[in-house]
Design a protein around this ligand. Sequence first.
Ligand code: G3P
Length: 218
Amino acid sequence: MKFFIDTANLEQIKEAHELGILDGVTTNPSLMAKEGIKGKDAVYKHYKTICEIVKDGDISAEVISTTFNEIIEEGKSLAAIHPNIIVKVPMIKDGVKAIKWFTDNGIPTNCTLVFSAGQAILAAKAGAKYVSPFIGRIDDSNWDGVELIAQIAQIYSLQGFHTEILAASIRSSLHIVKCAEAGADVVTSPLEPILGLLKHPLTDLGLAKFLEDAKKFA
Ligand code: G3P
């Protein structure tokens, strides 16, 4: 399973990259706005910086257009920023049409805002490289987000779809483990749940004891 970080914060991207386990980055307009980046030039420069930090990982950059022609033009500009850019397109009718166009023209896509298996089937049919089910937001609406990951994994495996399942809207370390168990190909998470995977009280207690005992023969 690949690990992506779900942020536009450069310090957090660097920290995850330095850990040696980072395979890519996902961003969205809300995450870019959170970093206070304003204007097309600044946004594009920020994407380029992220690509340069991660070096050989996929970096999702989301279109903010909603009509076919505009999505194509914006997606082409985003893809031109760096070879590692993945054009992130929302699950809407013109978005699906655009994903098919990008697929036919060699531009990889990430289909975002996916909340059902039916939407995931459409994304795969259009040839998206990644499909992004938002599992935290599904949990928030009293459905089971991890169950959707398992359902999509089963469908893709049965049908031979090659689209990678990118579990998004991760809220906890347990979400990451459950998504791995359910068959996600990628998990994109904020930094905190990734670092949370390190933690176990018995590790801390065990290390303290080993270090204490080590003093006896130092
Ligand atoms: O990048 C999309 C997704 O991960 C958003 O997460 O926490 O805003 O539901 P969240």
